[in-house]
Design a protein around this ligand. Structure first.
Ligand code: BG6
Length: 505
């Protein structure tokens, strides 16, 4: 593993939810796992008038996110961690912050190496970058400087381009780490390993053997307390443009010549650029579906519909369900349909990639019904992380009756191996300057290029918004609209109250 140099992490938006929920627990785990360099400090900064002690209390001692983790942990060990955490109440004028950073740098020996984490609303990314720049904190004459930018990265192709231009005024591309936490998931990275560290998959990984590819991202929760944000975003911006297209790029990319950041990202960009952009209304109408969850009863409990959620416009047409069929225009994938969907308020939380292989060209066991039971490679991103191959075996007895059997691998079987959380892994990579699992400017723009026409079509056309009961697998009849058949692998839903198929707009 690469050496991690002494450094300081400055978190903007330190009093926000992400810091307490993800960042501090990730840093704690890095501390526990002995991954932090000898000299390492965190400086939280935000508008709240907190002291260092307030910050430590809120994000460690009284944090519900670390409660379980710290239960039986030695007090000195926890203080050792808290002593690395500091807080600076941010004023309009960043010179005080600058002074504090310079003072702490000298005091704690962080060697002028700074990471600035932008855990703030996207609207202030540019002014924040400018403030850091104006204080000279971007300067790499002594030590390195990096920024980590949270999603959403832009609201459309145009805004993403503008944001890239704005950030490039103050930082060079190698200093900018655009975080997509799905890339920090072990199982997402394993897509690369499954494909390129084995010789048995790659020969089959093309249009000659693959009939279609399915990616499902389902969440059982609704929009929770994020109605205000979500109503201006929707499933396509929130999940599809970033996390799911990142997964797609790893499925479709060509083998890179090596495993360094640029080699891998060059191939991902090429892959994203080969997605066939849908431009005419007919194609968009036939290949995209949006839906919205409506009130329901799940396990005896009333569940609100999306339009009743706090912060959501009661007439909102924002999608909480999006299913897109598309093609990849290159030699490897020509004519292979990709079906990708993401949604909130599904029966369960699951993200998986399913590679559906073609039937054997000549069927000799026809009576066994094998035609409907083709080989599948299921890559379970979460939960029950693992890989499963479905293949045909002979049922013992007379004749040749074929049934499907599973060959499976579960990450949980690696009991002795600690699997880092996504934020842990990504923070550690940024600390070591490894941008492989971060999105590059052109990568983000290529993803927006594909998504933009769908967003515009949904905004400007009379495309329907299908209702689905909270707790079912989306607007099922609407699923059938793609290709006239239900394409998805759906575990059965346990529903008390299902109003069935309905159209909300
Ligand atoms: C975030 C989205 O990026 O990912 C959320 O903004 C979503 O709406 C979350 O719930 C899902 O992440 P995970 O890791 O739980 O699948």
């Amino acid at each position: 593993m690469d050496k991690t140099e002494n450094q300081m992490l400055i978190i903007f938006g330190a009093s926000g939810d992400l810091t307490a929920r993800k960042l501090i627990p990730a840093i704690y785990n890095l501390y526990k796992g002995n991954h932090l360099p000898e000299n390492y400090v965190v400086l939280g900064a935000s508008r709240s008038a907190w002291s260092d002690d307030d910050f430590r209390k809120k994000v460690v001692e009284e944090s519900k996110y670390l409660e379980e983790e710290l239960k039986d942990v030695d007090k000195d060990f926890i203080s050792g961690f808290c002593n690395k955490l500091f807080y600076h109440p941010l004023k309009e004028d960043y010179s005080c912050l600058n002074e504090r950073i310079i003072k702490m740098n000298g005091e704690f020996g962080t060697d002028d190496n700074f990471i600035f984490y932008f855990s703030v609303p996207p609207a202030i990314y540019e002014s924040l970058a400018k403030n850091i720049y104006d204080q000279g904190l971007h300067n790499e004459d002594k030590g390195w400087k990096r920024i980590i930018v949270e999603k959403p990265f832009g609201y459309s192709l145009e805004t993403a381009k503008k944001l890239n231009i704005a950030l490039h005024k103050y930082f060079k591309e190698p200093q900018i780490f655009r975080i997509d936490h799905y890339l920090g998931k072990e199982t997402v990275q394993n897509l690369l390993v499954t494909r390129f560290a084995n010789s048995i998959f790659e020969p089959l990984w093309n249009r000659n053997y693959i009939r279609h590819v399915e990616v499902t991202n389902a969440e059982s929760v609704g929009v929770e307390k994020r109605g205000g944000y979500y109503d201006n975003s929707g499933a396509l911006r929130d999940m599809f443009q970033n996390h799911l297209l990142q997964i797609v790029s790893l499925i479709i990319m060509e083998p890179p010549i090596g495993s360094n950041a640029e080699e891998i990202r060059n191939e991902k960009v090429k892959a994203l650029k080969s997605l066939r952009v849908m431009t005419d209304d007919k194609t968009l109408h036939e290949n995209t579906i949006r839906g919205q969850y409506v009130a329901s009863v799940i396990d005896g409990e009333n569940v609100k519909g999306y339009r009743e959620e706090e912060g959501v416009d009661p007439n909102s047409t924002t999608e909480t369900y999006a299913a897109i069929k598309f093609f990849v225009d290159n030699w490897r994938w020509a004519d292979v349909p990709f079906y990708v969907r993401t949604a909130k308020r599904m029966p369960t939380k699951v993200t998986e990639v399913v590679i559906h292989f073609k039937s054997p060209h000549h069927q000799i066991f026809k009576e066994s019904g094998i035609i409907d039971k083709d080989n599948k490679l299921v890559i379970r991103i979460q939960p029950d992380e693992g890989v499963l191959i479905k293949f045909g075996v002979k049922v013992p007895g007379q004749g040749f009756r074929v049934e499907r059997a599973n060959l499976d691998f579960y990450y949980s079987s690696l009991a002795d191996t600690y699997v880092m959380t996504a934020y842990e892994r990504l923070l550690l990579d940024a600390m070591q300057g490894d941008a492989t699992l971060y999105a590059r400017a052109d990568e983000v723009e290529a993803a927006w290029e594909f998504v933009d026409p769908i967003l515009n079509f949904w905004k400007n056309s009379d495309a329907k918004v299908y209702g689905y009961s909270a707790g079912v697998w989306g607007p099922e009849n609407a699923d059938d609209l793609i290709d006239g058949v239900a394409m998805w692998r759906n575990p059965s839903a346990n529903l008390a109250d299902d109003p069935g198929f309905c159209v909300l707009k």
